[in-house]
Design a protein around this ligand. Structure first.
Ligand SMILES: CC(C)(COP(=O)(O)OP(=O)(O)OC[C@H]1O[C@@H](n2cnc3c(N)ncnc32)[C@H](O)[C@@H]1O)[C@@H](O)C(=O)NCCC(=O)NCCS
Ligand SMILES: Nc1ncnc2c1ncn2[C@@H]1O[C@H](COP(=O)(O)OP(=O)(O)OP(=O)(O)O)[C@@H](O)[C@H]1O
Length: 228
């Protein structure tokens, strides 16, 4: 199938996105890690999985929430990095903080030490809540640092969304206004994409058109549903 590669064999199952197949009634909740490089298309793919009926737990969104003004992580960031990383309205100046930490790996580690434990707690809470609501949910963890943070060991399957580097750079320029150097710094702050791809159970090509990508996502969702 275009844009979708799997190590496993295709299962024969009714071609619809979402809905519970009668053969799957005993399936427990499945935890799926979704990762990739910067701007390869993880959020785009996770929105498509949401349309199929999956529960999405988005680490970037949680990382944004835990640093809202006045929250403990926000206070720790101000204490560590100073008020120069704040906007006049006291929200985090993400551009300023990003420019600082992606130039200095030691500072990035300090920021991660503040944010990651709080994101992990929220992930655990949301996972429990998804399991209570639907014990057979397909739960997708959208986590850019899935491998770097060792979360791959806690999920049943890993999907990696790939893109070639020129596409990543062009997207970061268009979406974030990053220069080429800024984009490359952000890309290099992660495990190389080829290492992530080599460790994946499923690969999705994030550079194909959205309709083709959605077709690949629907097929993969059916395959995930079929995992007993
Ligand atoms: C430095 C910050 C404020 C810059 O914010 P900005 O709005 O520019 O980026 P945003 O948070 O939306 O992330 C965009 C992408 O950058 C990449 N990225 C973010 N944090 C990291 C990191 N610590 N290491 C490598 N890549 C990262 C991811 O691919 C992510 O999808 C922000 O990235 C941050 O707080 N990072 C530390 C928290 C973290 O590790 N988040 C990742 C998910 S837990
Ligand atoms: N298949 C596609 N075709 C064209 N553009 C796309 C496609 N998928 C994503 N994009 C665009 O590329 C950019 C990055 O996509 P997206 O936000 O989904 O990536 P991401 O991996 O979640 O990014 P980040 O690592 O920054 O969180 C967005 O501007 C999005 O609109």
């Amino acid at each position: 199938m275009d844009g979708y590669t799997a190590a496993t064999n295709e299962k024969s199952i009714e071609p619809h996105c979402g809905g519970q197949h009668p053969m799957l009634s005993s399936r427990p909740m499945i935890l799926v890690g979704l990762t990739g490089g910067v701007a390869t298309g993880k959020s785009t793919v996770s929105r498509m999985f949401a349309r199929c009926g999956a529960v999405i737990i988005d680490a970037d969104a949680l990382a944004h929430q835990v640093v809202e003004p006045g929250k403990p992580a926000w206070r720790a960031i101000v204490k560590t990095f100073g008020k120069t990383v704040l906007n006049p309205d006291r929200t985090l100046n993400r551009q300023a903080l990003g420019a600082l930490v992606f130039r200095q790996p030691a500072q990035l580690r300090r920021l991660e030490q503040i944010i990651h434990p709080r994101v992990a707690r929220e992930q655990a809470r949301l996972t429990k809540s998804a399991g209570r609501k639907d014990p057979k949910a397909v739960v997708i963890y959208d986590v850019p640092l899935l491998f770097e943070a060792g979360i791959d060991a806690r999920v049943d399957k890993v999907i990696v969304v790939t893109a070639d580097r020129p596409t990543q750079i062009a997207r970061l320029n268009r979406r974030n206004g990053f220069t080429r150097a800024e984009a490359i710094r952000r890309i290099r702050s992660q495990l190389p994409l080829k290492h992530k791809a080599a460790a994946a159970d499923y690969l999705l090509d994030g550079t194909i058109s959205r309709p083709r990508l959605f077709t690949a996502v629907k097929q993969l969702y059916r395959e995930l549903l079929a995992l007993a």
